[in-house]
Design a protein around this ligand. Structure first.
Ligand code: ZN
Length: 163
């Protein structure tokens, strides 16, 4: 199936019906799909730093002043991509029956003695970026540290655009 930009854009937005999405998942990948996706994402954000890699919903690794930083689509900058962006978030911890029952019906949530819910919000736009369900005291989870240079060199056969 031909992966035109419009189709990829609908795929990224979650608006592609299954009968159109399935062949894209199953088919040979279009070799410049990554570039098309970057182009679509870059056109959506309001800032100009070059996106090197989409990292997470709303978050990107971008090139800025010779550094690679994590940036939210609202423009908030989390700093060095090798440092867990969650440490810069506004965090809400649900560790009491009352706060857990705001989400779950009575007796349907977890026991706060065993598990707490941590909600990570962007300090710039307050969008919910991630939720951890972990035992109390568990360290903040570092979701993903991409090897950007290897990705560009081994998978795309070129240097990352900031190198
Ligand atoms: Zn934001």
């Amino acid at each position: 199936m031909k992966e035109d930009k419009k189709t990829l854009e609908r795929m990224l937005e979650g608006n592609l019906p299954w009968n159109q999405l399935k062949p894209i998942i199953g088919d040979q990948k279009d070799s410049n799909r990554f570039d098309k996706i970057l182009e679509i994402l870059q056109a959506k954000v309001k800032w100009n730093e070059k996106i090197l890699l989409p990292l997470h919903e709303h978050l990107y690794v971008v090139a800025k002043d010779g550094k690679r930083i994590v940036k939210c689509d609202c423009g908030y900058e989390f700093g060095d991509y090798q440092i867990n962006w969650k440490t810069k978030c506004r965090i809400r911890v649900r560790d009491t029956i009352e706060t857990i029952e705001q989400l779950y019906p009575k007796y349907m949530g977890s026991d706060p003695e065993w598990e707490e819910l941590r909600e990570y919000y962007c300090p710039g736009c307050f969008i919910l970026l991630d939720v951890e369900a972990v035992p109390p005291g568990y360290p903040t989870i570092f979701n993903f540290l991409p090897d950007i240079d290897t990705f560009y060199e081994k998978w795309l056969s070129r240097k990352a655009p900031d190198k």
